[in-house]
Design a protein around this ligand. Structure first.
Ligand SMILES: C#CCCCC(=O)N[C@@H](Cc1ccccc1)C(=O)N[C@@H](CC(C)C)B(O)O
Length: 235
């Protein structure tokens, strides 16, 4: 997996590839790794698919109940705290729930971007990458990120970072999903880029119309091609 997030002038942009693997096998060529947490909060997940889905679904539900209780928009820090307390839980989790997350959103306190690791540690950053393709993606961010990026610049940089993972990490592949979050608005761009289209092989395979002449190049016997030297030693 390659998942990323960055802060741009109007908010947060998240990005993800769409490959799921089981060892050397690609078991899903177009899976979703950007999860809905709240209207203004989304979360990318890397690690065990089941764990990332379960932990984000659980916290998303908790946030919804909290919104009903408070009558207010969810805050990113609330999602962050719920996620890290669950993953760290002494009772048993302690890193066994393999969810490596990039959490992003915009709330009444502004834009926020965080990473959450399986053991429950968190970081607050202007740009972040996670998953097996995170180094390929971070190389793009370290060389191209700057503060005050416009929306289009931010989307392009996220696409570049995800594509770096798609093309250089075997654990990542297929398509680029993007999510743009600003104050009061979000755009979930599913399959924003399709850089690996499946070219269709002719369904009939290689069939030729009747009477197709199949020409083989005339093969000249070796003797005719090589001057034979009488009594020469075998090479
Ligand atoms: C069986 C099985 C694995 C089901 C799919 C599955 O979780 N694959 C994992 C890799 C993995 C992990 C732990 C055990 C096995 C296989 C995977 O593709 N993770 C990607 C993100 C998820 C959300 C798709 B990425 O981090 O590479």
């Amino acid at each position: 997996t390659t998942i990323v997030g960055l802060i741009f002038q109007d908010g947060v942009i998240l990005g993800a590839d769409t490959r799921a693997t089981e060892g050397p096998i690609v078991c899903d060529k177009n899976c979703e790794k950007i999860h809905y947490m709240a209207p203004n909060i989304y979360c990318c997940g890397a690690g065990t698919a089941a764990d990332t889905e379960a932990v984000t679904d659980m916290v998303s539900s908790q946030l919804q109940l909290h919104r009903y209780h408070t009558g207010r928009e969810s805050r990113v820090v609330t999602a962050l705290t719920l996620l890290k307390k669950h993953l760290f839980k002494l009772s048993s989790y302690q890193g066994y729930v393999q969810a490596a997350l990039v959490l992003g959103g915009v709330d009444c306190t502004g834009p926020h971007l965080h990473t959450i690791y399986p053991h429950g540690s968190t970081d607050t950053l202007p740009f972040a990458t996670m998953g097996s393709g995170s180094l390929a993606a971070m190389a793009m961010f370290e060389s191209k990120y700057k503060e005050g990026l416009t929306k289009d610049e931010g989307i392009q940089l996220v696409v570049d970072a995800i594509c770096s993972g798609i093309f250089n990490d075997l654990g990542s592949g297929s398509n680029v999903d993007v999510c743009v979050i600003t104050k009061g608005h979000k755009e979930y761009l599913r399959n924003h880029l399709l850089p690996n289209p499946r070219t269709f092989v002719n369904a009939k395979g290689y069939s030729f119309p009747k009477k197709t002449e199949v020409l083989l190049t005339k093969i000249t016997p070796l003797r005719e091609r090589v001057e034979v030297v009488e009594g020469g030693d075998a090479m």
